[in-house]
Structures are given as C-alpha cells and as structure tokens.
Design a protein around this ligand. Structure first.
Ligand code: ASP
Length: 340
C-alpha cells in the first residue's frame, strides 16, 4: 500500500518558483506539484497539499502559525500516514520545537524541510530536501511509520526538531543538532540511526495555546545589574531565559545575584541556558554557577534556545508556574533533553 502524505506549505524560500518568462519569483501552487517536481511520481506515494492561510517569510512567524499547523494536522491526522511541512529556514527550528510540545504522543512523522535556494532555481537544494522529506515521511517498518516525531530534514541529515538550530546562512547543510545525533544520514542511501528515534509513551494530544510572556537576556562582560533589573521588570513576563557563560556561569557579586533573586521572589521563573551551543549547563562545576542555582535559577541542561523558548510558552499556556513550572521544564517531553 502506498503511503499517503499531507504536504503543508507554510512559506519560505523553498516555495518560490522562478517564472522562466519574467525571471520573477512566484509562490508555489501545491496543486501543480507534479509540474514542479515530476520526480515525485517515482516515489510511490500519494499526497495532498494544503497551503496555510497566508504563507510567510518565516522571519514573520508568530505562535498563531503554530496553532494553524496544529489544527490542520489534528483534522487530518487519521487520514494520512505522515506530514511534510515546507517552511522558511530562518525560524524552522522554532516551529519544529513548538510542534514537538504542542503535539504529544505522536505515532506518525512530521518532517519539516526548506531550502537555501528557491525550488525554481538551477542548483536548488529544495528539490533534494523536498523529495527526501517525502521519502522519510513515507518510510515504514514493521507496519508502522519508522519516524514518529517532529524532525527537520535538511542537506545531509535528518535531525530531531527540538534539538536543531539554523547554524549557517549559506551552505546547503544549514542546520545542526549539537547535542543529539542525527536521526538519519542522507547520502546515496538514507541511513537511519534507529536507536536514536523517539518513541512517545504518552497518548496523542493536540494543544493549540502558547503564551507569549517569555523574555530573554544574553549576558556579556560588563552588563550592568541595573540593565538586568530593567529587563526583568517587563510587565507580564513570567519566564526569563538567561543565556549565561560556559557551563551556566554568571558573575557572583551580590548586587548582580540580588537582581535575579528579586525577580524570582516576584514569581518570575529564571531559566539558565548556555551561550555555547554544544554541551550543557551544570551547577555542580563552578561557584559562579552554584550561586545562581542557590538563588533559584532553573538550570536548563542542554536545551537549545529554540526549545527553551517554545517549551516555556507551552508550559505557561498549560498553567504551570513556580515549582511546578520548574519540574515540568526539566521533564523530558519529546526527547529535547539529554539524561544527566
Ligand atoms: N527568509 C526565508 C524564510 O525563512 C529564508 C528561507 O526560507 O531560507 O522564510
């Protein structure tokens, strides 16, 4: 039996087709996919395409797009074997992370892909990425989909969505998954690392709400405690993600720590993640990290920035706060955290 795949077009470079007559870029019409990608017929899949209400340059992404994607996937979940989302690369890792929290208990693949060059251009990477994403979304083993999670298919690899980030604006292998191995290596063959694939024990659940009360602060040598106090005083901010140094270290002077402590006492959850993309924060290593943990900062281990933001938006929308928020943030929902 052919796999039945739903293709969702959210926008981005991959969806741009060059009109040969005028040379201008026009958005792809999914109804004509056979025209743009005749190779798709050799894949032995049946497919349907849906465009979002307003396909966007993904720099303009807002959480309402995630809600729209969740609604479409929920309405079509039982009708299709897998889902491929065509998305701009700029914020693809945020969408992949958000969907991994908003749709829990997945037993089908949701594969995001995009491209650095428009699909209609010579030398485009979009053609390979698109076809490979469909092939991965339709791969089955033992009568069930092989991939049962949200993943990004780009260049030479398939990566867990909530472990990925856009690391390069130019090369075709634009994404990286610094703290988790590739789910598959894409070359002459697609070689899956089956032991790394996620299997959820939860029952299928679609959530459509995200709360935007999350702030971010990146530390740098010389940042003033007064600047931090100002940033932490933002009205309605319930969570602030601090990008700290190295393994989660912050200056240990009292004035600095007090600013954070005051915010924590007011009920703001402070999440500590590292400015380093590879590795983890760890309060056991240095006095400068330990002091931050002692005042109540939550150490986010090896969460990516994208996963930390979207998981916070998701947990706040679920009503978590205070100690419950801390426990929920540190609980692995969709393979976003390494065991420590
Ligand atoms: N600005 C585009 C976007 O993210 C870039 C791309 O798709 O590669 O929508």
């Amino acid at each position: 039996m052919n796999a039945n795949i739903l293709i969702l077009y959210a926008g981005g470079t991959i969806g741009m087709w060059e009109d040969p007559a005028t040379g201008t870029l026009i958005p792809l019409d999914l109804k004509d996919l056979n025209k743009y990608l005749p190779e798709i017929q050799g894949l032995n899949v049946s497919y349907e395409g849906i465009s979002l209400k307003t396909p966007i340059d993904s720099a303009e992404l807002t959480p309402s797009v995630w809600t729209e994607l969740v609604e479409i996937i929920e309405a079509n979940y039982s009708l299709f074997d897998g889902f491929v989302i065509l998305h701009g690369t700029d914020t693809m890792a945020y969408t992949a992370s958000a969907l991994s929290f908003m749709i829990q208990g997945l037993n089908k693949p949701i594969i995001l892909t995009g491209s650095q060059l428009p699909l209609g251009r010579l030398r485009t990477d979009g053609r390979e990425n698109f076809i490979t994403a469909i092939e991965i979304a339709s791969t089955r083993k033992n009568n069930e989909p092989l991939v049962q999670e949200v993943a990004i298919c780009f260049g030479e690899r398939l990566m867990r969505g909530n472990r990925s980030w856009k690391a390069n604006t130019e090369i075709f292998d634009a994404f990286d998954s610094p703290n988790y191995g590739n789910l598959a290596t894409i070359g002459t063959h697609i070689i899956f690392n089956e032991q790394l694939l996620f299997r959820s024990k939860k029952t299928l659940k679609f959530s459509k709400e995200m709360t935007e009360g999350v702030g971010v602060l990146k530390l740098y040598p010389g940042i003033l405690p007064s600047s931090i106090a100002y940033a932490l005083a933002r009205p309605n901010m319930k969570v602030c993600i601090i990008e700290s140094f190295g393994a989660g270290n912050v200056p240990r002077n009292e004035e600095f720590l007090n600013v954070f402590k005051e915010a924590i006492d007011r009920g703001v959850s402070i999440i500590n993640i590292s400015q380093c993309r590879r590795g983890s924060v760890d309060e056991r290593l240095y006095k400068t990290g330990k002091a931050f943990a002692e005042i109540g900062a939550i150490f986010g281990h090896d969460l990516t920035f994208e996963a930390a933001i979207t998981k916070s938006m998701f947990l706040l929308a679920q009503g978590f706060s205070g100690e419950n928020f801390r426990l929920a943030l540190l609980e692995n929902i969709a393979g976003e955290l390494s065991e420590n």
